[in-house]
Design a protein around this ligand. Structure first.
Ligand code: 8X3
Length: 249
């Protein structure tokens, strides 16, 4: 039974992935910031598989190292790392954007992914096996108006994924990215700082992806035979052709 560590496991794509993997016989290390949600998940998914939880903010490199280092023996071997935690803060032109929003996106989407990877890679390198899936975005493939720093952070994820694949090649560690387009989650609500009316409008007039669609793709990627590495997948809903071309009803 493979052990999978998922960051950002309490909502959106991370949550859907946790559910799907629990149903498919993976052992789970679910990470997030919300203690209560983590506890609820542990009792719910614990009925299906072995689950443990780690509460940390991906911005906290010291705590990440400590918590991952303190996993019980049954969860110490991490076979698959899913770097899913990430979000957007604000949608403003570069000249009026908030520095705090920029910090949050770079700290969570880029540095957080690096901190968690740094804590997990050494054991994969030692075993000469492992699989890392980074959740990128279509925003890591193209830049759209007002996307500036969010797109920059996801372009960084794209480059870091390639860099990881190159550097971890000697150790047979698989590295790949899944890059979703518009997925109906709390993504826009976070981006618009709790303005749910504005957030809901993002997903109106067409059929967006749902988190389960991406969970499916992640499950596919991590269940390929050992010689197959899904290096890079971009997934959009049918209505979306690019970050700026969206067919509305
Ligand atoms: C989420 C997709 O288009 O809002 O990463 O950037 S988008």
């Amino acid at each position: 039974m493979k052990t999978v560590l998922i960051t950002g496991a309490t909502s959106g794509i991370g949550l859907a992935t946790a559910h799907l993997l629990a149903e498919n016989n993976f052992k789970l290390i679910l990470c997030g910031r919300n203690t209560e949600k983590l506890a609820d998940l542990q009792s719910e998914l614990g009925k299906l598989t072995e689950v443990t939880t780690l509460e940390f903010d991906v911005r906290d490199k010291k705590v990440i190292q400590e918590k991952i280092g303190s996993l019980s023996k049954a969860f110490q071997q991490i076979d698959v790392l899913i770097n899913n935690a990430g979000n957007a803060h604000g949608l403003d032109p570069i000249d009026t954007g908030s520095i705090d929003d920029w910090d949050a996106m770079i700290d969570i989407n880029v540095k957080g992914l690096l901190y968690v990877s740094h804590a997990v890679i050494p054991q994969m390198r030692e075993r000469k096996s492992g699989h890392i899936i980074n959740i990128g975005s279509t925003a890591g493939k193209e830049v759209y108006p007002k996307g500036n720093v969010y797109c920059g952070s996801k372009h960084a994820v794209d480059a870091i994924t390639i860099g990881m694949r190159l550097d971890l090649n000697p150790y047979s560690i698989r590295v790949g990215a899944v890059n979703p387009g518009l997925v109906h989650t709390n993504f826009s609500e976070v981006r618009f700082k709790g303005d749910s009316d504005r957030a809901e409008k993002v997903y109106q007039g067409f059929e967006p992806l749902v988190p389960e669609d991406i969970a499916d793709v992640i499950h596919f990627a991590i269940t390929r035979p050992p010689h197959v590495n899904i290096a890079d997948l971009t997934v959009m809903c049918t209505a979306q052709a690019s970050s700026t071309i969206l067919k509305k009803n």
